[in-house]
Design a protein around this ligand. Structure first.
Ligand code: C5P
Length: 284
């Protein structure tokens, strides 16, 4: 049995942290959007046992630390299916440690593909439970589109889609550690927050400018280093005509939202001259 599919990246249009939970995780309020930047996943299941993974990026873990392997193991444990050797091949296009949900997208894609290949017909509740057990962003990546995420990031409500626009995504050559950034957050000391309610309202009206004006990511207030690059990329995007620019997730990728294809293309070319990880795409 063989199949292939695309695993789409996500961006956080807004990211707010409401409170710290007793288990150490944080209560989020974030508007998430899938974008047309994707990894390519191939899966082959033959008789045998175990899960192998092969990726074109050498530093991606090839064992159970890889979220795609975790997803396959969780799928077989949950469904009780035995007697198959699963080979996963991933062509990475989404930069890693970027806040673009690359690992979560791969894990989500593996779940959905195995569910189809083995015709297990897992329902939304099963998939959310399975996805949430391997990563907070996995349930969103399974659904895609435009969603308001609460709780760990896995309590999802569908939102009206972002009006058609162009995204320039740029990742500087360093990353932030997600758990370390969360540790730096003191909810009571957060100075500026995104206007999530306003974003939801603007999405309802299909008003891209209003969405862009209200975007914000509270992690931007606690960046330990590389702050300059994040600010420089944001400024370059805004100078290039972006309606708004913000860091996605725990970074370090930044995106700018454009309503004009020509301006977006120019900003992409200019930033691409200085940063290897630069992408021009649309929402999906
Ligand atoms: O769930 P995931 O593995 O993506 O989370 C990575 C880390 O980010 C967690 O170990 C936790 O430290 C932090 N986190 C958090 N609150 C969330 C999501 C993640 O504190 N809602």
């Amino acid at each position: 049995m063989k199949a292939s599919d695309k695993a789409f990246a996500k961006i956080n249009i807004s990211l707010d942290i409401v409170s710290k939970m007793d288990d150490g995780y944080h209560n989020m309020l974030t508007v998430m959007q899938s974008v047309g930047l994707f990894d390519e996943i191939m899966i082959e299941c033959t008789h045998g046992e175990g899960v192998d993974i092969d990726s074109d990026l050498q530093y991606i873990p090839g064992d159970e630390r890889n979220i795609a392997v975790k997803a396959a193991l969780a799928f077989f444990a949950y469904t009780g299916i035995k007697g198959f050797r699963t080979q996963i091949a991933i062509k990475k296009n989404i930069p890693v440690c970027a806040g673009l949900g690359g690992g979560s997208a791969d894990g989500a894609c593996v779940f959905m593909m195995l569910d189809r290949m083995f015709e297990t017909g897992l329902g939304a509740a099963d998939l959310r439970k399975l996805g949430g057990s391997i990563g907070s962003d996995v349930p969103f990546c399974m659904k895609g589109g435009t969603m308001l995420a609460r709780g760990r990031g896995d309590d999802l409500s569908e939102l009206p889609g972002l009006p058609r626009c162009y995204l320039v995504i740029c990742k500087p050559p360093f990353s932030f550690s997600t758990p370390e950034l969360f540790k730096l957050i003191r909810c009571e000391r957060i100075r500026a927050r995104p206007d999530t309610e306003g974003i939801v309202e603007a999405l309802g009206k299909g008003d891209l400018c209003s969405v862009a004006r209200r975007m914000y990511n509270v992690f931007e207030d606690v960046l330990p280093r590389g702050e300059r690059d994040i600010a420089d990329i944001k400024n370059a995007l805004l100078d290039g005509g972006a309606l708004g620019a913000v860091m996605t997730g725990s970074g370090s990728a930044v995106f700018g939202l454009f309503d004009d294809r020509i301006k977006a293309g120019k900003a992409y070319e200019e930033l691409g001259a200085g940063y290897a990880d630069c992408f021009l795409c649309e929402t999906i």
